[in-house]
Write a protein that binds this ligand. Structure first.
Ligand code: ZN
Length: 472
């Protein structure tokens, strides 16, 4: 059954973007912020210590010390409002069986991430918060498709939606897919095509399903475009969206060319808040500032002026009242655009410099290369307990070195064995199990790259093979 929160927020998000002024959007944001700060100060001890209730909500917000994933995880029970939940419990619940949304005590959804800093995080949402964010994502992603001329085509035939994302049900994009599946009703059909599966299997599934809409990681969509170029993939979606990572220039161009005239759009979301922004038909990234506050800051956490690239971004999720996320550090760099977007939306726009992990190509035989997308590789690390930070480096074509920093009190050899086992399972699916060497290596720290905070989590020192040699 479709939830009331989902439908209300879908309608609100759609109507506000079509008809409201920028001033109205700002008023909504300030109202939500005021409520969030009052609620968090009262119900979550961790935030009670951070918030000083004096001045306007915005002044209060800007006095709050930013928080990173490690500090939130170290204070986990105190970050939650109105329930006693430990990090151990959340972590255990996140390892739910595939096909079932991960929940703590069958009630609160738990999503996991290795974040933009390579440190694992677990985030909780209650039913209200999950459904509001789902409604907003749906409204703002499909903003131009929810018009009568598009919708009427699907009254006779259900709209077929394909999600090419990991099968691990602790990941937010997979959870969006699974929740949609339970509630899609008569208008739409939703199917998951696990990104860990061999590409030939994904292609076969998509050919048979013939989706109208495809959602996937940007690197996965790029791969599918090459499959279509080679004549293996034969689908004609009308709408394509990417999430979790940004497109490379070449990747975006390939997807647009191969699947033309399909509309291609990017979603900007994170595990801590799935509704950060959406790209409009004019190609601009609009921030959903009625549901989220993004602050671009410099190295000293001072706000940067309009038009200037930030060092980091502080995220405040205005919807999640169960585990408030207030001034949470994202390593993404943004800059606020100063000119209004020609599409007419009242939502402000940013230029986003996001995550930049690399696609890996492994060799199965002469001229037979298998591609592994960064999110699929990251997903293999999620079930490993006791890790503070990690980084994967492809040092030779078929050699993966995985450096990790373990949590205190954990046995490093056990962590290494878990990593080996997870990758073995994943590589076996691609018939690479015996061909690729995986070397976990315990280290004391993983140095950041030159820009200070950004940790490249997946690095290839060997690069991609020439296009003509890639079979998949
Ligand atoms: Zn626009």
């Amino acid at each position: 059954m479709t939830s009331r929160y989902f439908l209300t927020s879908l309608a609100e998000a759609l109507l506000r973007e079509r008809f409201a002024s920028p001033a109205t959007v700002q008023r909504v944001q300030q109202g939500r912020l005021k409520h969030l700060l009052q609620h968090a100060a009262r119900h979550s001890p961790f935030n009670g210590r951070r918030i000083q209730p004096a001045g306007s909500p915005l002044e209060q917000l800007q006095r709050i010390r930013p928080v990173d994933v490690r500090e939130m995880m170290d204070n986990f029970p105190d970050t939650v409002c109105g329930a006693e939940i430990t990090l151990t419990e959340a972590r255990a619940a996140a390892q739910s069986e595939p096909g079932k949304v991960a929940r703590v005590r069958d009630r609160w959804m738990v999503s996991q991430t290795s974040g933009t800093t390579g440190e694992p995080g677990y985030f909780l949402n209650d039913h209200r918060s999950v459904e509001i964010q789902r409604g907003v994502v749906f409204a703002r992603t499909f903003r131009d498709r929810l018009a009568w001329k598009h919708v009427r085509r699907f009254i006779r035939r259900r709209y077929r939606m394909a999600f090419v994302v990991t099968r691990l049900s602790g990941c937010i994009s997979t959870q969006t897919c699974l929740l949609g599946k339970q509630q899609s009703g008569r208008m739409a059909e939703i199917r998951l095509f696990p990104s860990e599966d061999p590409i030939a299997e994904i292609v076969r599934g998509l050919n048979e399903y013939q989706p109208d809409y495809v959602h996937g990681y940007a690197s996965m969509l790029e791969l599918l475009a090459y499959q279509a170029d080679d004549g293996a993939l034969k689908i004609r979606p009308e709408f394509i969206s990417s999430g979790s990572e940004g497109f490379s220039k070449a990747g975006r161009a390939a997807v647009e060319r191969v699947f033309a005239p399909a509309v291609v759009t990017s979603q900007y979301g994170s595990t801590e808040c799935s509704v950060l922004g959406n790209e409009c038909r004019a190609g601009q990234m609009h921030v959903n500032s009625d549901y989220v506050i993004l602050e671009g800051v410099d190295e000293n956490d001072q706000l940067v002026p309009l038009g200037v690239k930030s060092h980091q971004t502080l995220l405040t999720n205005l919807v999640n009242l169960f585990q408030p996320i207030i001034r949470f550090r994202l390593t993404d760099s943004i800059s606020w655009q100063t000119t209004p977007c020609p599409c007419g939306s009242p939502l402000p726009t940013i230029q986003l410099e996001g995550r930049s992990d690399e696609m890996l190509w492994l060799e199965r035989g002469p001229s037979d290369f298998v591609s592994c997308s960064p999110p699929s590789l990251q997903a293999q690390m999620y079930p490993v307990a006791g890790i503070r930070q990690w980084q994967l480096i492809q040092t030779q074509r078929n050699h993966l070195r995985i450096r990790f920093v373990k949590s205190p009190g954990v046995d490093g050899a056990t962590v290494a064995a878990d990593i080996r086992q997870n990758f073995r399972k994943y590589l076996d699916l691609e018939r690479l199990g015996t061909l690729v060497e995986v070397t976990p290596e315990e280290v004391d720290m993983i140095p950041r790259t030159a820009r200070g905070q950004k940790l490249k989590q997946i690095i290839s020192e060997v690069g991609a093979p020439p296009r003509k040699e890639r079979s998949s």
